[in-house]
Write a protein that binds this ligand. Structure first.
Ligand SMILES: [Zn+2]
Length: 250
């Protein structure tokens, strides 16, 4: 449950019926009240097996922080977890379902535990083909997924500005890709990109409102710009580390 403390504590439930937009970042809306960029925090909740939480914020957008879910994991750890008496209700997948749209594929399959896999293929020297499958019931999330940061491209800021897709962010809040490398090394994982896509997918699937018992498999391949997190750097600000602004579109 998100609570807008700047709007008299108005509450927006993190469930699919409140989803407003998922093209670049996931946003919720209820009676005109927005909660934007929910996927990293909701991902952290699922990764830490949290069912019920109230998140208070004083703005429509969740902070991007370092572009990963790790700061949220730390916040949740500090806030502390309490065991509830009622048994958890799961969403159990009963039979396979597959959907394909152009180059995009997603499949959902019965499984004893919740697992997510993601495949990406992008023509960049540091990315190429990456596939990752993670099982979420064994605590792997905190170590393997939570630290993976969002990413984007240095040279696309103007195009993004023209499309009205800019969100404020800094070089500290994402991996900045250049044509042949990254602008702010080091990576936290060699395959940090696909790990972040898994992170996002878990966060969006959280909007089912229940933990999933099943295996979700996603494939995003070449030419599908619509699902990439694109971030670019304002050239004139490139040397001013703390004042620079990047454009984030996921
Ligand atoms: Zn993300």
């Amino acid at each position: 449950m998100f609570r807008r403390v700047d709007l008299d504590g108005y509450e927006v439930e993190a469930v699919s019926k409140n989803v407003a937009k998922v093209s670049y970042a996931t946003s919720l809306m209820k009676q005109g009240v927005f909660i934007s960029t929910t996927e990293h925090l909701l991902s952290a909740f699922i990764g830490m097996a949290v069912d019920n939480a109230i998140v208070e914020l004083d703005n429509l957008e969740l902070p991007i922080l370092d572009g990963s879910a790790l700061p949220f994991v730390e916040m949740i750890t500090r806030a502390g977890l309490r065991q509830q008496r009622r048994k958890r209700t799961y969403l159990k997948i009963l039979r396979p379902y597959e959907m394909r749209e152009g180059d995009k594929f997603i499949g959902v399959y019965p499984a004893e535990r919740y697992a997510v896999s993601y495949a990406i293929n992008f023509p960049h020297p540091l990315i190429g083909s990456e596939t990752l499958k993670v099982e979420l019931s064994n605590g792997a999330y905190v170590e393997q997924i939570a630290p993976a940061r969002t990413f984007g491209f240095l040279e696309q800021q103007r195009a993004m500005l023209n499309m009205g897709l800019i969100r404020g962010a800094t070089r500290e809040s994402c991996i900045v890709l250049t044509n042949d490398g990254i602008d702010n090394p080091p990576l936290r994982f060699a395959d940090e990109f696909v790990r972040h896509k898994v992170l996002d997918l878990i966060g969006d699937l959280a909007l089912f409102g229940k933990h999933i018992l099943g295996y979700v498999k996603a494939d995003r391949i070449l030419r599908d710009n619509s699902y990439w997190e694109e971030v670019t750097l304002d050239d004139s600000a490139a040397d001013k580390h703390h004042e620079e602004h990047l454009a984030v579109a996921d």
